[in-house]
Design a protein around this ligand. Sequence first.
Ligand code: ADP
Ligand code: MG
Length: 373
Amino acid sequence: MAQRVAVSDGTNKKVSRVRVVVRLRPYMGTQDEKDEGSCVRGLDSKNLEIINWRNATETVKYSFDVFHGEQTTQQEVFLSVKPILPHILTGQNASVFAYGPTGAGKTHTMMGTLNQPGVIPRAVREVFKMVNAKNDDEGWDYSISMSYLEIYNEKVLDLLSPGSQDLPIREDKDKNILIPGLTHTTITSISDFHKHFVPASLNRTTASTKINQRSSRSHALLLLKVLRTQRAPPHRQQAGKLYLIDLAGSEDNRRTGNQGIRLKESGAINLSLFTLSKVVDSLNSGTAVRVPYRDSKLTRLLQDSLGGSAHSVMITNIAPEYKFYFDTFGALNFASKSKLIVNKPFVCETVPALPVKRVRDGQEAGRSATEPQ
Ligand code: ADP
Ligand code: MG
């Protein structure tokens, strides 16, 4: 499913394209004080449309690798990520990132709940399953470790070692990105993983309610490393990395009127997200002279796990209510710019109006178009 389309980065090196998945969360009445219904809806497994603010009798249509409608299950979302996982058992790198405005479902998609686990627990479970299924005859020993970090205000913080200082980012002679001082915890089972991950996540959530909703302003990165060692001489080693990332909210903070420290945070967040969009764009346009990885901590960290020979999936989370309207447009434009990467211009056309706004039960009108595919 995740076919790798090689494009040139302008230096004759082949780079993988980023697979773009859009997920629309269900309509929530609590998010719609004016009772306006939905302003966006799915059309089929690749396309969606949103009301055109310049002319409400029109909609704007977007096309992506995969569109997941409101009824999509966590397992179905995971299936769009699953094909990249086997690569990390053979020394390759991969990344999955959830992008979108605060409230659109990034954390639900990545972490999920006990009853509806998200991409992170499902991916970790799958990696253990693949490693355990390896035949001894293949002659490799595997070990899995995890790190969990946060980028907040352009500082790199170790979530497995609370109270730690801003960590440096380095590159070794083979162009691997390293974070000296970052905790790497060896894990031997999924329950072992939860033992470390759950308290660290809770810490982050507690801190967030105290400090200006920090969790919506910082990037949380779970790093899973698979190291395999050949049993026989010359005991070759291969290390594969998987980043699972819940990005900061993509909302335009200038509009929400943040000031002072909040404004500074917003600037830093916007710098990282802005740089991420430039990196994705320039990696894939085939015309870039320089990929600006070094312009933000987030992209510097991802330098060996996004583009190049790495495998990446971007899940753009969007919400259907009107109050998210402009941020939804922003997120779709970010995602469709990535889509341009593949040298297939994104479809952006106007079509006759559908009575989305007038349908009270948003869900009713949307349902037939948003059944799980
Ligand atoms: P974000 O992390 O992008 O700020 P959240 O994941 O916290 O957004 O989601 C906002 C709210 O919407 C939460 O109450 C969450 O449970 C709910 N939600 C998000 N996505 C879904 C979904 N696909 N199905 C049901 N509820 C969802
Ligand atoms: Mg969140």
